[in-house]
Design a protein around this ligand. Structure first.
Ligand SMILES: C[S@@+](CC[C@H](N)C(=O)[O-])C[C@H]1O[C@@H](n2cnc3c(N)ncnc32)[C@H](O)[C@@H]1O
Length: 276
């Protein structure tokens, strides 16, 4: 499939739509990740590998640093950070989904904490303890992001750094119409929104933009759609997913064989937040 044959989704939206967060669906989010957990590392392997190479450009950790990964999923970043920077202490992986944490327990060098970020920050008794806090692809789940960011600011050392990573508005996924519509309403002015939130929490913020690109096999892309790899797919029925795959087979993916590589890309915002 050529780049031009792909559906390129230009996602634009308003500050108001995205800024309130997504608290109302918290239970559905938890259920979604509990089901997704067993396939999560398989679905996200190519993305995580390409993404970590990008993140490495911004990371400067010392082996004695204490690191926390907020909304850590299956602990994949924690394991890579320990290995890449020879961290002496395990990376604290804060993640509420018990099934995601089950997978994380199999990773090397992580300390799993089965809590929401909000619970974790409320329960922390000592301040100024982490040299680095990370949050990848998850801040849209926080019901009150400014409150969370204020809590993170308090639990960092004076030189501590908070890195937030978010997908931006330019996503190039081969998607069928219904899925595309859902994704369109999911992402919007994240650069402005997250920068403003972080500044409200007393951080100085620098934002960088990167292009994240990788390929997955066509058969795997269909596995990912059937497995609702993205939370915006979770409310589609099996029938709707199969109709969507049929739409792709007759449309933009008609010339691709099962084993062919499908290019996927998106822009990525990297927020580096430092205590003022
Ligand atoms: C898209 S996944 C990203 C996981 C991981 N950061 C990664 O990059 O692979 C979003 C994660 O946020 C978690 N999550 C949802 N609400 C949360 C909350 N309030 N506090 C902490 N984690 C939360 C979900 O359970 C899920 O594992």
């Amino acid at each position: 499939m050529t780049e031009s044959a792909q559906v390129v989704i230009i996602l634009m939206g308003s500050y108001v739509d995205i800024c309130p967060g997504n608290a109302t669906g918290a239970n559905r989010v938890a259920a979604h990740y509990n089901v997704l957990a067993k396939n999560y590392d398989y679905f996200y392997k190519e993305r995580h590998e390409a993404q970590f190479k990008i993140l490495m450009k911004y990371l400067d950790l010392k082996s004695d640093h204490l690191v926390v990964d907020l909304a850590s999923g299956t602990g994949v970043h924690g394991e890579k950070l320990v290995e890449s920077f020879k961290l002496k202490s395990p990376v604290w992986c804060v993640e509420p989904s018990s099934e995601m944490q089950k997978v994380a327990k199999g990773k090397k060098g992580v300390l799993t904490i089965e809590k929401t970020v909000e619970e974790f920050l409320d329960d922390l008794d000592k301040q100024n303890r982490f040299d680095f806090a990370l949050c990848v692809g998850s801040v849209h789940h926080f019901s009150d992001p400014v409150k969370v960011y204020k809590g993170v600011e308090l639990c960092l050392t004076p030189d501590g750094v908070f890195m937030v990573v978010q997908v931006g508005e330019l996503v190039s996924f081969p998607l069928f119409k219904k899925a595309k519509n859902r994704l369109t309403s999911f992402v919007s002015d994240r650069k402005e929104c997250s920068s403003a939130y972080l500044r409200s929490a007393n951080f100085e913020v620098e934002v960088s933009e990167e292009r994240l690109a990788f390929v997955v096999k066509k058969y795997k892309w269909y596995d990912m759609l059937r497995g609702r790899f993205h939370s915006t797919l979770r409310e589609l029925s099996d029938e709707e997913i199969e109709e969507g795959i049929d739409e792709l087979n007759k449309g933009i993916l008609q010339h691709a064989k099962g084993d062919d590589d499908i290019p996927i890309s998106m822009n990525l915002f990297i927020f580096i937040a430092k205590k003022m």
